[in-house]
Design a protein around this ligand. Sequence first.
Ligand code: GLU
Length: 456
Amino acid sequence: MKVSQEIKQEANQYVDEVFQKLQVQNPNETEFLQAVEEFLPAAKLFFAKNPHLLEKNIFGQLVEPERLISFRVPWVDDQQQVQVNRGYRVQFNSALGPYKGGLRFHPTVNASVLKFLAFEQIFKNSLTQLMIGGGKGGADFDPKGKSDGEIMRFCQSFMLELQRHIGENFDVPAGDIGVGAREIGYLFGMYKKLNGMDFGVLTGKPLLYGGSPGRTEATGYGLVYFVENLLKDLHEDFSQHTVHVSGSGNVAIYAIEKALALGAKVLTCSDSDGVIYDPAGIDVTLLKEIKEIKRQRLTAYQKNRPDAQYFSKKSVWDLPFDFTIALPCATQNEISLSQAQNMVDHGLKIIVEGANMPTAISAVAFFAQENIYYCPGKAANAGGVAVSALEMAQDSQRMIWNIEKVDQELSAIMKNIYQTCRDTANAYDCPNNFLMGSNLASLEKVAFAMDSQGIV
Ligand code: GLU
């Protein structure tokens, strides 16, 4: 269908007006406004193609969370001092299914960060083609340096309130930064004590009771499957590439593991204190031992690998070494414009996001201008939440699938996401623009679902 100039203008004006109102309403929510701003070009194309949705104000409805809950989390530390943190759950959109998304425990957590994450989650979850809406939650609690007892008491207090707002058919939290299997276990224990054994109320559970095989690995493996599909289209494979990864959490570790298994050279990882550059390739067994078992900082890596270099207070994206693929797996806005320039100067060809919104808007624009393949997190890191939805399916069936089945499903889901983003970008006449492709493909589904459910 040819879109007239007049309709295009009307759609542009409509989307701009919705965004202006959002800016006025939320002047301090920079991360949330950034996530929505990144969406505007796709929204304009979509509403120009579907002008009958303009009068329903679907975009205006879409940018307002269905519900935002904020609550007090008091707990007692090891010195018997009473501490108070702020907990949240953002239930952003349920057009496609129960709210689904992780919990983040990190001092930077606030309403803006969680609204950006929950907004992104709506579209990520839509791309998986599974029946899940978008949500996110967490607290401004800093797990760094806390004892196991403190972590447990915090999780218990957090769940004492959160349990009123969640349910296996309503809202299903999982992990994110600062929340792994240990924390999910403590959260689940308190939920169970209060409400009984609803396996499906949290995902990312330990395998012992209702967890899915492969959930821990899913985001990192899925990310690498996404890249593998892109490389196939380019008639290349991982053995031709040098990969830089940032982060050393769950996403980074399993992205490194899978990329190494597929023949890539992976040279870096990082934590909030500094960067490891290992010219012999990251030793993922050592990395796992340090991060997953001993819960140490990355300085411990260098002590075991004297040829590796440690750059204190640096980012991976500042390093002066050549590479071709970037997998940012740390956190939002870790890549600024000047770092993007440094990356391109050192040979970058492909950047695929393991973290949520790790690239600043100006850096995204720069990558487009330089014809770098840029794939956003909402498409490329969807493997984690996809296997969470498979965990929900297993919990409903009262069955545990084997790892081969989960991995096969994950690989098929990631292939489908990759192809959907690629093909949608082509259909809207913006080839190789994976940001447009992912935003448009997911928006189509969410907007049509919202429209069919009426104004609610
Ligand atoms: N926190 C993860 C994400 O960003 C996973 C969420 C989930 O499994 O629900 O997608």
